[in-house]
Design a protein around this ligand. Structure first.
Ligand SMILES: NC(=O)c1ccc[n+]([C@@H]2O[C@H](COP(=O)([O-])OP(=O)(O)OC[C@H]3O[C@@H](n4cnc5c(N)ncnc54)[C@H](OP(=O)(O)O)[C@@H]3O)[C@@H](O)[C@H]2O)c1
Length: 115
């Protein structure tokens, strides 16, 4: 059931829109959710893909629009810094289980979308 929900976050640190033509959404997901996406759809297009994985357990070649973070807190901190904070429209936590729970508890949570 957790995989059917998405949490969106916004706060004054992350949701700065300097140029609406250049903004994009962010999807934050666990490493297993990333791996469950068919290769041909990596990364989810037109979005910054943030993958949470613990240190040294996973190695993804760096690619455009893909960022690896070690925790939800680290991800939100990174997104609050330049250049990310200048181009982010919305942050969506797409799962799965534990990641969604962290999204629910995160500062700036503003909506839960049940699909
Ligand atoms: N129905 C849907 O729309 C939907 C949506 C999303 C997902 N799903 C399904 O859900 C399944 C995966 O869900 P899941 O809950 O088993 O796995 P998951 O949350 O996607 O990934 C778990 C992995 O994320 C990393 N992780 C978890 N918590 C972390 C934290 N606090 N800090 C840093 N890294 C953390 C760890 O990676 P490491 O082991 O690399 O450290 C962990 O093994 C997939 O089969 C996917 O298809 C379905």
């Amino acid at each position: 059931m957790a995989g059917d929900a998405v949490v969106s976050l916004s706060n004054s640190n992350v949701n700065i829109q300097s140029d609406p033509r250049r903004t994009k959404n962010v999807v934050i997901m666990g490493r297993k959710t990333w791996e469950s996406i068919p290769l041909e759809h990596w990364p989810l297009r037109n979005r910054l893909n943030v993958i949470l994985t613990r240190p040294r357990s996973f190695d993804i070649a760096t690619a455009e629009n893909v960022v690896i973070c070690r925790s939800m807190a680290a991800a939100l901190e990174l997104l609050a810094t330049s250049p990310y904070c200048l181009s982010i429209e919305k942050v969506f936590v797409i799962g799965s289980g534990q990641i969604l729970k962290e999204g629910l508890d995160a500062p700036g949570r503003d909506a839960i979308h049940i699909a």
